[in-house]
Design a protein around this ligand. Structure first.
Ligand SMILES: Cc1cc2nc3c(=O)[nH]c(=O)nc-3n(C[C@H](O)[C@H](O)[C@H](O)COP(=O)(O)OP(=O)(O)OC[C@H]3O[C@@H](n4cnc5c(N)ncnc54)[C@H](O)[C@@H]3O)c2cc1C
Length: 482
């Protein structure tokens, strides 16, 4: 009778879980194990919102395992490497193999290599699998055999491969085993001590919640994704990002699930634009794997000469609290605080205000998102911030500075989104919901703050700083104001 450990990490699901399926196929017994070792992630240990999600997702996985007459076994490593916990579990169960699904963050890669070396040295079989991506970062390259730096050719290549891979079903039956002593999810202390996450209650972390979210999206929004995805007041996107981050659903399952649902519902929805967006997630992982310093360093070294403003604690606080006096930005920052999530279009606008109008370093915004997003993801977050700041791979050119007022008028024309999140402006008449400072009397009686920054002047200052960094002639004349 052989036993294998399935070491769960960010693959918190039973279906389309190749490590779990392989372990069940090759061994009589399986120990489903989660090891909490936040110290190993260094400065990118999960932030507060991610920890909230993780708590509920682990509980969800435990419930699923109980359907198979087992339960999630949990160990914690506060000091020392994860391999100590694995060795303890091996000793307690007599396991001869450890199976896991791969991660792509630099610290996780280093840790997993060390674990493999140590366990193989002990004579334990170690097997790892791809459960998170359509295509692993090292399996796709340009014709010159280089990593991609530009999204469109990356996607063109990736698109030719994704129909070939299909998800695997939940393995049944499973014979699960336990440790003599395990921790409860509560014992990990993942929930915030602040009374903050009440507004997160609309989320349903876990594999079941991910499938429900997919269903909801397939019902209608997927068919209107191209127009709907930019309207923050609508449920026009899938909101699968935290589920994907924690591996409660895989991109293979999302693609196949959508195809199947669209076929059944005969609504003729075109899922291609949505698949392409999932391609950005793959691109983020590709970049992080090949350029592991991007969460902290400019992808484009030309930006190293850029003159950021000194850290401005007052401006940062107003930005974080959603009190900049720029309505669409404040709506986004308040949505983030209240729900742990923010619409993609608004993420771009809040990031643009911080990095361009306020000229605060993108790392400051990246860190705040890291702590407050339930979908905080090292690859996507670093790519998103560097894209907006202009320092990233295939980034928006620096001179493309979003004007939050015209963006707000375009994507939230009647101010539904702003009114929802900024109650001071709930009754703002017409255009004032986008630019309340245009009517002094209204601004005063609304109690809403005056803008933190002059949008026009700060835009010009940003362009000047950019030009002096690159030593180039003025780009201002050709700056498209989106
Ligand atoms: C400054 C900034 C920071 C960001 N930080 C994160 C982050 O920490 N985690 C994160 O998952 N996404 C991040 N994004 C990307 C994007 O905003 C979110 O993935 C998206 O809003 C999630 O909502 P959704 O699931 O409804 O997206 P959908 O529109 O339904 O897209 C489906 C999936 O595709 C992927 N995706 C979509 N757009 C992008 C994108 N631009 N880049 C990478 N992947 C994408 C996500 O996995 C998403 O769940 C960031 C974007 C910006 C501009």
């Amino acid at each position: 009778m052989t036993t294998a450990i399935v070491w769960f990490r960010r693959d918190l699901r039973l279906a389309d879980n190749p490590a779990l399926s392989a372990a069940v196929a090759a061994h009589e017994k399986v120990l489903p194990l989660y090891i909490h070792a936040p110290g190993e992630d260094g400065e990118w240990a999960p932030g507060a919102a991610s920890r909230w999600w993780l708590h509920h997702s682990l509980q969800g996985l435990d419930v699923s395992l109980r359907r198979h007459h087992g339960s999630l076994q949990i160990l914690q490593i506060l000091q020392g490497p994860t391999v100590d916990a694995l060795r303890a579990a091996i000793e307690a169960t007599g396991a001869t193999a450890v199976y896991f699904n791969r991660l792509y963050e630099p610290k996780a890669i280093a840790r997993d290599k060390a674990v493999r070396r140590a366990l193989e040295g002990d004579g334990v079989e170690v097997a790892s699998f791809n459960a998170a991506l359509w295509c692993e970062p090292w399996d796709i390259a340009t014709q010159q055999n280089e990593p991609y730096r530009v999204f469109t050719p990356f996607w063109r290549n990736l698109r030719t491969r994704i129909d070939e891979v299909a998800p695997v079903a939940e393995p049944k039956p499973m014979h699960l085993t336990t440790l003599p002593k395990t921790l409860s999810v509560d014992a990990l202390g993942l929930l915030p001590t602040l009374d903050w996450a009440r507004g997160f209650a609309d989320w349903s972390p876990g594999e079941q919640g991910a499938l429900e979210m997919l269903d909801l999206f397939a019902d209608d929004a997927v068919g209107h994704y191209v127009e709907g995805r930019d309207i923050p007041a609508r449920h026009g996107t899938s909101r699968l990002s935290p589920h994907l981050h924690f591996g409660e659903i895989s991109p293979l399952q999302v693609a196949e699930g959508l195809r199947e649902r669209v076929r059944k519902r005969k609504n003729g929805a075109d899922i291609e634009p949505y698949l392409r967006q999932l391609g950005w997630r793959e691109f983020g992982h590709h970049l992080l794997y090949h350029f592991p310093k991007t969460p902290k360093e400019n992808f484009n070294p030309k930006f190293n000469a850029f003159r950021w403003e000194k850290r401005d604690a007052h401006a940062l606080r107003r930005w974080k609290e959603g009190k900049t006096g720029i309505p669409i930005v404040d709506a986004g920052m308040r949505e983030l605080w209240a729900t742990g999530w923010m619409h993609n279009r608004v993420r771009m606008l809040v990031a643009s205000l911080l990095t361009k109008n306020l000229r605060q370093h993108w790392l400051l915004g990246e860190k705040w998102f890291w702590d407050t997003l339930v979908d905080a993801d090292l690859a996507n977050n670093a790519m998103g911030w560097q894209w907006v700041a202009g320092s990233g791979a295939d980034a928006a050119p620096y001179f493309r500075i979003f004007n939050p007022v015209t963006q707000s008028e375009k994507f939230d024309p009647d101010g539904t989104y702003i009114r929802r999140w900024v109650p001071e402006l709930a009754n703002a008449p017409g255009r004032l919901v986008h630019a309340p400072w245009e009517d002094e009397a209204f601004l005063k009686q609304s109690g809403y703050p005056r803008p933190l920054v002059d949008l026009k002047r700060s835009r010009e200052d940003a362009l000047t700083a950019y030009q002096s960094a690159r030593g180039a002639p003025s780009a201002a004349g050709r700056a498209p104001e989106e």
